[in-house]
Ligand binder design. Structure first.
Ligand code: SF4
Ligand code: SF4
Length: 452
C-alpha cells in the first residue's frame, strides 16, 4: 500500500537556509538531510516536534498558518483558546481584555479548549478500567508524540488511548451547541489558536479520525502580538469586555507537565521534551519499564508552555497558570457548565477514535526477505564508513547515510572519507570529488567570494 503523506506545518525557506546542519543534527527522527546546500525534510519521517525550528540560527524554518481572513468566510466565528494563551501576557492584562480584543479582531464566540477536560478525564478512567489488559496506557494528548510512536515505535501504537483529545471534544461541543441554536452547519467556523506546529498537522491530517471539527488554525504568536498591540495602543473596544468563564483547576493545569498524570490512580509518569520521551519509549519497547499504568508524554520541554509559537518564557508562563488555577474560584453551576452538561452524552457517544496505524520508517521493505537483505547491506556498508557521524555527507549519522544508500537515495561516494580513498586509488578525479561535495553543499558554499 502506498504511504499517505502526513501534512506538515513546518517548512524550510530555501533562500534563507545556510545549510549549517544544526537542524539535521537535532532532529529526533533523522528526518533531515542537507542537499544542494539546504535542509530538506522527509515528510514520512518528520513528526512536527519543532526541534529543528527552535535550533535554526537564521529562522529558515517557519510554521505555515491559515490566512486569518479565512475566518470571515463564516457568519459564526469561534476562537478556540487554549489556557496557555492566557499565560503569555503581562500581569496587568486581564483575561476579559484578551477575549475582548480577540472578538474585536473578528471572532464572534470565545471558547476555552480546556473546558471539556473533566469529560475526558472521566472517560479516560473508564477506558483504562475496561481495557486494563492494554497497560501501560499512553496519552494521545501530544500529536508529535502520537506521530513519533507511529513512525519510530510502531509496536506501541496499541498502547495509545484511543479517545479524542479535548481540542476535538470542545470543537465538537461548539458545533453541536451552535447547531442546537438553529445555526446552519456551513455558517460555523471553528479556529484553534495553536501553541505548536504538531497541533496544526494533527488538525490538517487527523490520526485515528477521518474528519476534524476544526476549520482552521491560527498561530499563537500572531494572536499574541495583535492582542498586545491593541491593548498597548488603547484600541480596545470596552463594549466587548465581558465576565470571562472561569475554568476548573484541572482544566487550567491540563497543558502543564503533570496535568494529565495527576488525574489518574496507579503509577503515572509525566515526561516532557522529545529526547526524554524517546528514552522512556525505548525502555518500554525493551520491556525494561514495567508496572506503569499511564504515561503522559509531551514533545516540548515543559509541555505546551514550551511550544514553538509561544512567546513568554516557559517558566513564567507555568507560574502564571499555577497562580490562575490557585486563585480562581470556578462556579461549576455557571451557564457554560450547564450548557456542557446538556451536550455531555452526545460528546461521550462520539469520543472514541478509530485505529491508529503504525507508519514505521525503519521498515526497509514490505517483503521481509528483501528487508533482511537490505539490513545485511547496511551492516556491510557500516563496516566501511568511518563511523564518526561528522555529517559532511549531508546525513546526520553514518547509519543514516548507509540506509539512504541501500534505499537508493544516496551514494557511497558522498562520504568524504570515501572520496579521499577513491581519489587516492585513482578511481575518481579530484574534480569529480569536488563536484560530489558541491551536490551536497551547493555551489555557493565553495565560492571564495562567499567568505569575504
Ligand atoms: S519537526 Fe521534528 S521531526 Fe520534523 S524535521 Fe523538525 S526536528 Fe525533525
Ligand atoms: S538549522 Fe537547518 S534550516 Fe536552519 S540554516 Fe541550518 S540547515 Fe538551514
Amino acid at each position: 500500500m502506498e504511504q499517505v503523506q502526513f501534512y506538515h506545518a513546518l517548512k524550510v525557506v530555501k533562500h534563507v537556509c545556510i545549510g549549517c546542519t544544526h537542524c539535521m543534527n537535532i532532529c529526533p527522527t533523522a528526518a533531515i538531510r542537507v542537499k544542494d546546500g539546504t535542509a530538506q525534510i522527509d515528510n514520512n519521517a518528520c513528526v512536527d516536534c519543532g526541534e529543528c525550528l527552535k535550533t535554526c540560527p537564521v529562522n529558515a524554518i517557519i510554521v505555515e498558518q491559515d490566512d486569518f481572513s479565512k475566518i470571515f468566510k463564516f457568519k459564526n466565528r469561534v476562537a478556540l483558546i487554549p489556557t496557555v494563551l492566557l499565560s503569555q501576557f503581562p500581569e496587568d492584562v486581564s483575561i476579559a481584555q484578551i477575549y475582548a480584543v480577540i472578538k474585536q479582531l473578528g471572532f464572534t464566540h470565545i471558547q476555552e479548549v480546556d473546558e471539556t477536560v473533566p469529560i475526558l478525564v472521566n472517560q479516560t478512567k473508564e477506558y483504562m478500567h475496561k481495557n486494563h489488559q492494554d497497560k501501560p496506557f499512553i496519552s494521545g494528548f501530544c500529536p508529535a508524540i502520537v506521530r513519533l510512536i507511529q513512525v519510530k515505535f510502531p509496536a506501541l501504537v496499541s498502547n495509545i488511548i484511543h479517545l479524542k483529545q479535548v481540542i476535538d471534544i470542545t470543537a465538537m461541543y461548539c458545533r453541536e451547541k451552535l447547531q442546537d441554536k438553529n445555526t446552519q452547519a456551513d455558517d460555523i467556523g471553528i479556529f484553534y489558536i495553536t501553541p505548536c506546529a504538531a497541533k496544526i498537522a494533527a488538525i490538517k491530517s487527523p490520526v485515528g479520525d477521518e474528519k476534524t471539527f476544526i476549520d482552521g488554525v491560527i498561530n499563537m504568536d500572531f494572536i499574541y502580538n495583535k492582542v498586545l498591540l491593541n491593548i498597548k495602543n488603547n484600541k480596545l473596544d470596552h463594549k466587548l469586555i465581558e465576565e470571562p468563564n472561569i475554568l476548573q483547576k484541572k482544566s487550567i493545569e491540563w497543558t502543564l507537565t503533570g496535568g494529565e498524570a495527576n488525574q489518574y490512580d496507579g503509577r503515572c509518569l509525566a515526561i516532557d521534551e522529545i529526547h526524554n520521551v524517546i528514552e522512556v519509549l525505548e525502555k518500554l519497547e525493551d520491556e525494561e519499564l514495567t508496572e506503569v499504568d499511564f504515561l503522559e508524554l509531551r514533545a516540548c520541554d515543559n509541555s505546551c508552555t514550551g511550544g514553538v509559537l509561544v512567546t513568554e518564557n516557559r517558566f513564567l508562563a507555568i507560574e502564571k497558570l499555577r497562580n490562575l488555577a490557585k486563585n480562581n474560584k470556578p462556579n461549576i453551576h455557571n451557564k457554560s457548565s450547564q450548557e456542557i452538561n446538556k451536550h455531555e452524552s452526545y460528546l461521550i457517544q462520539n469520543i472514541n477514535i478509530g485505529k491508529i496505524e503504525p507508519r514505521s520508517i525503519i521498515s526497509l521493505d514490505k517483503d521481509i526477505m528483501v528487508a533482511m537483505s537490505k539490513m545485511q547491506k547496511i551492516n556491510r556498508i557500516m563496516k566501511v564508513l568511518p563511523g564518526i557521524d561528522c555529517g559532511a555527507c549531508g546525513a546526520p549519522r553514518c547509519q543514516a547515510l548507509a540506509t539512504d544508500i541501500v534505499q537508493g537515495q544516496a551514494k557511497m561516494n558522498q562520504c568524504v572519507f570515501m572520496q579521499k580513498l577513491l581519489t587516492k586509488e585513482g578511481l575518481i578525479s579530484p574534480k569529480e570529488s569536488f563536484e560530489i561535495s558541491e551536490q551536497t553543499w551547493g555551489k555557493n558554499r565553495f565560492d571564495k567570494n562567499e567568505y569575504k
